[in-house]
Design a protein around this ligand. Structure first.
Ligand code: GUE
Length: 311
């Protein structure tokens, strides 16, 4: 078997173009540009890179964008005040507080302070609850799982019903919402995690395998059912000689020998996360104006983008 590479980078680029187009249409119709507010606390290098990418892409889509940088020793009250300012700003439709927050800050307090209508990360309990109740159309769905679903439908077609999906990882940000989305798509869903017995055997039962545990190359060749679709959410920086490189939670070459299709790292799920953040912000602006959600990122708007791996 020679897995197709699911090109998340190309998919995200097309999605981002459609978002830019829809943002332009909205501005022409209503005079409103979608507005994204990003809160960054501290000097974590990776967080700075991610936040810069998000802000730059938002601006490239014609969004209004505001970035609030707070010092690493900012107090919880200062962070909450920043969130409240963005909550109250009518030009801001989506708010993102970059995680992780420094030690000593109650991240739950901060994420729950974001108004649900502006919660484009999908972390507010109202949005989590809507997703859990099958009302994901009214929710903001967390960006990484939303992007994974688009890539899955790109690989397998719109109808995923009856497939056995195994998710490795049970985080609030990826594993749990991913399970809800796959369940809503009529998959049979297994959530496996660090305390599960015989992870390899569980994974071998998967038609769809989503790896989101943050363990470099945990998933090996014999964990994968021939013909499965593998979505690798892991982004792990590992030493490679005197440099470092990014690897996923899946041993890519081994998995590609077994799978039908697989996402690479980098260039798979990561770029989709950012595109879905922009899409959620575009939707937030529409909902703020009492307009129906734009027809972007839904249905069959996207032709498959898959390429062959090397033998
Ligand atoms: N409130 C909040 N929301 C988030 O969505 C959020 C967050 N906090 N904290 C950190 C994680 C991580 N995250 C990534 C997004 C894109 C890439 C991405 O585009 N990665 C590129 C490679 C980037 C590189 O080279 O380092 C790729 O996979 O191709 C990675 C990671 C969003 N996060």
């Amino acid at each position: 078997m020679n897995a197709r590479v699911i090109d998340g980078k190309a998919f995200a680029a097309r999605l981002t173009q459609d978002i830019a187009q829809a943002a332009g249409d909205l501005a022409a119709r209503t005079g409103t540009r979608p507005g994204l507010g990003v809160v960054l606390v501290g000097e974590d290098a990776a967080s700075q890179v991610y936040v810069r990418t998000k802000t730059r892409q938002a601006e490239a889509c014609g969004f209004h964008s505001v970035q609030a940088d707070l010092a690493a020793d900012a107090s919880q009250a200062e962070i909450l005040a920043q969130v409240e300012a963005l909550n109250a700003d009518p030009a801001i439709h989506g708010i993102l507080v970059q995680l992780p927050l420094p030690k000593g800050i109650d991240a739950d307090r901060v994420t729950q302070a974001v108004r649900a209508e502006k919660d484009v990360d999908g972390f507010h309990y109202l949005n989590i609850g809507r997703l859990g109740a099958g009302k994901q159309d009214q929710a903001f769905v967390p960006c990484t799982p939303a992007g994974c679903m688009m890539l899955l439908r790109d690989a397998l077609g719109a109808d995923l019903s009856g497939r056995h999906a195994v998710i490795l990882g049970r985080s609030n940000i990826v594993g749990k919402p991913m399970a809800q989305l796959l369940l809503a798509a009529n998959c049979t869903v297994t959530i496996a995690h660090s305390r599960s017995a015989d992870l390899p055997a569980l994974c071998r039962g998967a038609d769809i395998l989503v790896a989101a545990v943050g363990r470099p190359e945990l998933v090996r060749r014999d964990w994968i059912k021939p013909g499965a679709v593998v979505i690798d959410v892991g982004i792990n920086r590992v030493a490679s000689g005197d440099k470092s490189r990014l690897v996923g939670d899946v041993a890519y070459d081994e998995a590609a020998a077994q799978a039908q299709a697989i996402t690479p790292v980098p260039g798979g799920v990561g770029p989709m996360t950012i595109a879905c953040l922009l899409l959620n912000t575009l939707r937030a602006a529409h909902r703020h104006l009492n307009l129906p959600d734009p027809a972007v990122g839904t249905g069959t708007a996207f032709a498959p983008t898959t390429t062959e791996t090397k033998p």
